[in-house]
Write a protein of this length. Structure first.
Lengths: 121, 107
């Protein structure tokens, strides 16, 4: 059973960089696409971007200028960095696996439990 | 970006009721439409992919249909554990986008 777990600072100051890591267990990070999705408190879901195990990425244009997603296959982890954060970036951040990946058939089949990041001074 | 609009935004229903939720895309997305269920404090859970394919382990009372721009999620007989928020998501093109959600609560 694949499991995903988000980790990182839960509080980030405005204008700083939000950094989160997703650790994958119960399976290899290889051969799959991995994604970040966020959900502001009481609101809907927003796709942030995804990364393939080869390192190729696809970002939401609304965040692209501030976003970096990277992968460490040897550690079975992938990471999110979002720079110049504001209060609007306060959200529960989820990591998820995409299958089959990189196609119009994509869907999110495994999700982390979610991690609340608050942007506040 | 492809906009996904769900209706209704919320509904009240009783155990045993048949419930239908609609999702409309701003342009044709063929059958590239997925449905998720989210309970309070939990991550979304995949129910249906490719418009009508039931994810493994999901009860058969859930079904999906549609193509092009109009899709439906149907719960044939609502159970107590089905009270949740339901989201549609298009995978036709990036950025991947979700509907705003439909909250199903107890009448």
């Amino acid at each position: 059973q694949v499991q995903l777990q988000e980790s990182g600072p839960g509080l980030v100051k405005p204008s700083e960089t939000l950094s989160l890591t997703c650790t994958v267990s119960g399976g290899s990070i290889g051969s799959y696409y991995w994604s970040w999705i966020r959900q502001p408190p009481g609101k809907g879901l927003e796709w942030i971007g995804y990364i393939h195990h080869t390192g190729s990425t696809n970002y939401n244009p609304s965040l692209k200028s501030r976003l970096t997603i990277s992968i460490a296959t040897s550690e079975n982890q992938f990471s999110l960095k979002l720079s110049s954060v504001t209060a609007a970036d306060t959200a529960v951040y989820y990591c998820a696996r995409i299958v089959p990946g990189g196609s119009s058939w994509d869907y999110f089949d495994y999700w982390g439990q979610g991690f609340l990041v608050t942007v506040s001074s | 970006d492809i906009q996904m609009t769900q209706s209704p935004s919320s509904l009240s229903a009783s155990v045993g009721d048949r419930v239908t939720i609609t999702c409309r895309a701003s342009q044709s997305i063929s059958i590239y439409l997925n449905w998720y269920q989210q309970k309070p404090g939990k991550a979304p859970n995949l129910l249906i992919y490719a418009a009508s394919s039931l994810q493994s382990g999901v009860p058969s009372r859930f079904s999906g249909s549609g193509s092009g721009t109009d899709f439906t999620l149907t719960i044939s007989s609502l159970q107590p554990e089905d009270f949740a928020i339901y989201y549609c998501q298009q995978s036709y093109s990036t950025p991947l986008t979700f509907g705003q959600g439909t909250k199903v609560d107890i009448k």
